[in-house]
Design a protein around this ligand. Structure first.
Ligand code: RIB
Length: 313
């Protein structure tokens, strides 16, 4: 079950506040901390914790803390293609957390400093991408790099976060495309208020040619849809267990990482969504990102508490 994650690395600066500030407002932090994050590194750690053999392709600055590599290696994430770029600082994310919700602003730095495609084609990255059971990408790196990785992937999991306009050529390579409610809305132009409506929107993406779609709906759970023969699209709704959420930062990344490992392990999409749901539910119960990601044993135990999925067509 080999997983290659291509994506961002950020130093997260996290302020816990009583409530998120309104525009123009200043609030005082209750506590502040820094930890390693970025959707790419989060998903790589989550996939490794969930039992995957993981390699991580990323770009950092020369300013990066030496502890960054050690921390990722301690989670058994392979770093053969984590490269330092000149004249760029490692990405930084400014995160405000209140009542389990968060707001994030990212200063991309080195995450946007990738070689031109002809040069990328000469690097070891290509072989890694081609040999992986599953390649995972998100959108905190340039779209051209995402498209390049997609062209070399046997199976692509694209987490369309943060939301942006995506070319059809890229969408048609996703299996699955993973989105949250606002990203689903950005891609379809409609808003879903229920799991059935979210399935309907995911189904519309499948009818446009996407092989499969997973839409996460926060504490409500998630839906998935995939193309088939009769009916043309099928899927289901997976409710999430009720848990005490203390910090949702990076919980979506826990979901994506565990989903990728389950798919690389040969599970069907519905079973992989259940595995990812258990991982996400565990992640929100502990502050931070990497430190909150559950092991395969913890996920398997939590699977017993996951409600049965309901088929949708
Ligand atoms: O998804 C959570 C992540 O988004 C944080 O770790 C932050 O770095 C931003 O990339």
């Amino acid at each position: 079950m080999s997983v290659v994650v291509l994506g961002s690395v950020n130093q997260d600066i996290v302020c816990e506040v009583e409530r998120l500030p309104r525009p123009g407002e200043t609030v005082l932090a209750l506590r502040a901390r820094t930890n390693l994050g970025g959707k790419g590194s989060n998903q790589a750690v989550a996939a490794a914790q969930a039992g995957g053999r993981v390699e991580f392709i990323a770009r950092i600055g020369r300013d990066a803390d030496p502890g960054l590599r050690k921390s990722l290696r301690d989670y058994a994430v392979g770093l053969a293609t984590l490269r330092e770029v000149e004249d760029a600082r490692t990405g930084t994310a400014y995160i405000t957390v209140a009542d389990g919700e968060n707001q994030i602003v990212v200063d991309s730095g080195a995450n946007f400093c990738w070689e031109p495609e002809p040069e990328l084609d000469t690097l070891n990255e290509v072989e890694l991408l081609r040999s992986a059971d599953v390649v995972v990408v998100q959108l905190e790196v340039p779209l051209r790099v995402v498209a390049w990785a997609a062209r070399h992937a046997r199976r692509l999991v694209l987490n369309a976060a943060p939301a942006t306009v995506l070319p059809d050529e890229l969408l048609l390579r996703c299996h699955p495309l993973v989105v949250n409610e606002s990203e689903l809305s950005a891609l379809t132009g409609s808003t879903a208020r229920t799991p059935e409506q979210a399935f309907h929107l995911a189904r519309s993406l499948c009818l446009r040619g996407v092989a499969s779609v997973v839409a996460t709906l926060g504490a409500t759970g998630s839906v998935w849809a995939h193309r088939c023969d009769v009916p043309p699209v099928a899927g289901g709704y997976q409710a999430a267990p009720q848990v005490n959420s203390v910090d949702s930062t990076g919980a979506g990344d826990a979901f994506v990482g565990a989903l990728a490992t389950a798919l690389a392990d040969g599970r069907q999409l519905g079973a992989a969504v259940a595995y990812a749901t258990a991982a996400g539910a565990l992640a929100v119960q502990t502050p931070g990102t990497h430190a909150s990601y559950p092991t395969a044993d913890q996920i398997r135990t939590a699977l017993a508490t996951i409600p049965a999925a309901r088929p949708l067509v």
